[in-house]
Design a binder for this molecule. Sequence first.
Ligand SMILES: [Fe+2]
Ligand SMILES: [Fe+2]
Length: 256
Amino acid sequence: MIEPIVLAEEKGNKFVWLSIDEAEMDKGIITNQYLLTVKDKGVLMDPGGPLVFERVYNAMQKFIKPEDVEYIFLSHEDPDIVSGLSLWLSYCPNAKILISDLWDRFLPHVGVDIKMNVIRIPIQGMQINLNGDDLRIIPAHFLHSVGNFHLYDPITKVYFSGDLGAAVFPKGSWYIIVDNFDEHKKYMEDFHKKYMANKKAIELWLKHIQGLDIRIIAPQHGAVIEGDNVRKFIDWIKSLDKIGIDLLEEELNTNT
Ligand SMILES: [Fe+2]
Ligand SMILES: [Fe+2]
């Protein structure tokens, strides 16, 4: 087990990466879960499903009481994000789910009563207050899902980027903080070409983050990008000329 890491701590806010069990590394794509605490209250980000629940729940309790989780933020609707929601709601009875207003109607299929527990995020994103801190929910549509959002804390300046910035490590390789960005980008490239929609979606996202002071990018897969590597990541994502649908025709022709 690799224990939780406090990635940033500022004025009573803590942004925490919630551990990993090495046994998960052979069970599908590796996922990162995060917790932001503002004093005694918290928001969980993309907490995941039954595969990781016990590990994430135990890690979270080192920082916050389950009843003090005010929000569960869901960047999009994939199973590695939402499949444990009914478990989470039974253990964190005061949590409200934050999800795109395009995806909330799908949650009853994982056992969630959407009349009770859901705050629907409009296409433009929104601001939410956590214990006095105004967190920003940033649109990142089609990166990769329709109805896709990120979460930014202006106090710690950590940007939770969901699947954007994800990396897939080859067998036997894993780390949680990016050291050498040039080495790391080879683990991100294929994921972004396969799972992100197109160049236009990237361009729109770049407009949404203009002016944000981002010190750390925390993705749902792969490794945390911090310091100078944040700028390198932005430059790299700008440099991807063709992704997703831009490449589809070429890919289909290759496979026939
Ligand atoms: Fe996803
Ligand atoms: Fe994911």
